[in-house]
Design a protein around this ligand. Sequence first.
Ligand code: IPD
Ligand code: CA
Length: 257
Amino acid sequence: MLETIVSIIRQAGALLLSAHAKERDISSKEGKANFVTKYDIAVQQFLQQRLQEAFPSAAFLGEEGGASQLKKSGDTFIVDPIDGTTNFITDYRHSSISIGLARDGQMYAGAVYNPYLDEVFSAKKGEGAFLNGARICCGNRPLCEGTVGFGTSPYHPDLCDATFDLLKALYRASLDIRRSGSAALDICYAAAGRTALFFEMVLEPWDYAAASIIAAEAGGLCTQLNGSPITLEKGCSILAGNPAARADFFALAAQRA
Ligand code: IPD
Ligand code: CA
């Protein structure tokens, strides 16, 4: 199953790479920096068609509309065709495709592909997490010895101050901070030990579904900022990272309270 998902995600990556700047047909959705291009739509249509051919009984929930509900019983794909749309539009070349598979309402498998670096992160429940087929582990680097990834929740400008207040505290407690523009990759980077921690105040299920199982299978945890489990039927905050850095985060949060 995961092999089929990885094969499909790689083909979708080729579609994304085929985009040429002058062809990008940008239209605005509601909110700051919230764009949709014809490639978001094309990649989602491709993924929906190929996943439904391969797994006909699974439901499909995608960022770009046509969403069905998360199935309480059975399989649901939770898909982001381009995570990092602003990066894609500005040719920053750091975006990903994300395919999560929930079974009976819980994350079961996932793949996140960065076609620019040809990196596929993948995991299936109980079988570990992998980067291009090699096992990854989040390690146990404390906050003071690692970097912190974060997202700005750009579609929620009311969270700007809270985000940057927390960020300042984390910047002081860590080696440095990173803002990549793709939450799915950010969580995978924490899973691979490239960062110690990642946080964002609000994300949607397609941003974190696939990456959350990759983080968990890499020995880390992907929860809400208060430590409670993520939700798949609606968006939530995200805190992903290795156990030591997460413990440091909660100690810091208690000091700030
Ligand atoms: C966004 C990216 C970004 C994060 C935003 C997301 P999109 O997804 O993951 O890093 O900060 O909150 O919405 O809109 O590019 O698919
Ligand atoms: Ca996204």
